[in-house]
Design a protein around this ligand. Structure first.
Ligand code: GDP
Length: 283
């Protein structure tokens, strides 16, 4: 995303009809430590991409991964496509820059460019730096005696968590529309990090006393409450979330328990524990 020439090379090699632009420095926490890098990759990177597409083939359909983080601590209880944005992190500001860039390319150059404002979407493939996977992986290890505790940050923050595969289907539907437009994808349900922890511990059969709070996991500024209204996507795309909060946690915790059980049996298989920085069990 930092190099226009390699974007141009990728376009020529793949000759795409549709582009799903998910590449970013995508972790809110890290964006406070790396604000310039985040701006360069996540904000300016989108212009690099759109400008290369405009030169190469302006008929390519473009999907931009916008984010519910762009709402920040905006006061409305439920957010939709018309809710004003109040970004609260370098990541959210960079995403908002991209969001408006997409809008401008659509209006100025007539390109088919859409933004999906996706609320948090999770799965067993989620990176360990995100709280849901950190919890599912952490409680799985505690339940199998591989580790003893898990340290988290702000437990009171609330998020609207959905199941990622369903959101990917929603992205595809946005691109198949006759006219480019922006859509919120969400579950319209919100829970705290604490609720997530309690449910994950229940599923893993461990006590939530193993979880502690540490300062290093807290952010200089945090978004406290997110809940999305997906009614436009339901009406125009026929999209609806299916997997509820408890089911999502069950999927993630059971998958992590199964991975660690296989590891205990010395089975070799590809997974992301090594690349996540969480290699404590391997030492
Ligand atoms: P985000 O909504 O894109 O920032 O997704 P995250 O999964 O990174 O964070 C969701 C919420 O969990 C935020 O309010 C974090 O402050 C909170 N949180 C609490 N403890 C942790 C932690 O240990 N790691 C992360 N990543 N988030 C945490």
């Amino acid at each position: 995303m930092l190099d226009s020439a390699s974007i141009s090379g990728a376009l020529q090699k793949s000759q795409p009809k549709e582009i799903y632009h998910l590449a970013a420095q995508s972790f809110v926490g890290a964006s406070f430590d790396q604000p310039l890098y985040t701006a360069n990759v996540t904000a300016v990177g989108t212009i690099r991409m759109l400008d290369e597409i405009k030169k190469f083939d302006d008929k390519i359909k473009f999907y931009q991964a916008s984010s519910s983080e762009m709402y920040g601590n905006q006061k409305s209880i439920v957010k939709n496509e018309k809710t004003p944005f109040e970004p609260a992190s370098p990541y959210a500001i960079a995403k908002l820059y991209s969001h408006w860039t997409v809008n401008m390319y659509r209006q100025a150059y007539g390109m088919f460019a859409v933004s999906g404002i996706l609320f948090n979407h999770e799965s067993p493939l989620r990176g360990m730096e995100f709280v849901t996977r950190k919890i599912s992986n952490g409680v799985a290890k505690i339940s199998l005696g591989i580790s003893k505790n898990l340290k988290l940050g702000n437990l009171m923050a609330k998020r609207d968590w959905g199941y990622a595969p369903e959101y990917v289907e929603g992205m595809r539907k946005m691109i198949q529309q006759p006219k480019p437009d922006d859509f919120v994808l969400a579950t319209n349900d919100t829970h705290s990090v604490k609720d997530f922890v309690i449910e994950a511990c229940n599923i893993a059969g461990i006590s939530s006393k193993c979880i502690s709070i540490s300062k290093e996991n807290q952010r200089p500024n945090d978004v406290q409450h997110l809940k999305g209204d997906y009614s436009k996507a339901e009406k125009k795309l026929g999209w609806k979330p299916k997997t509820k909060f408890k089911k999502l946690i069950k999927i993630m915790v059971e998958e992590d328990i199964s991975r660690w059980e296989r590891w205990q049996k010395k089975e070799f298989f590809p997974w992301d524990a090594f690349t996540s920085g969480d290699d404590s069990a391997f030492k």
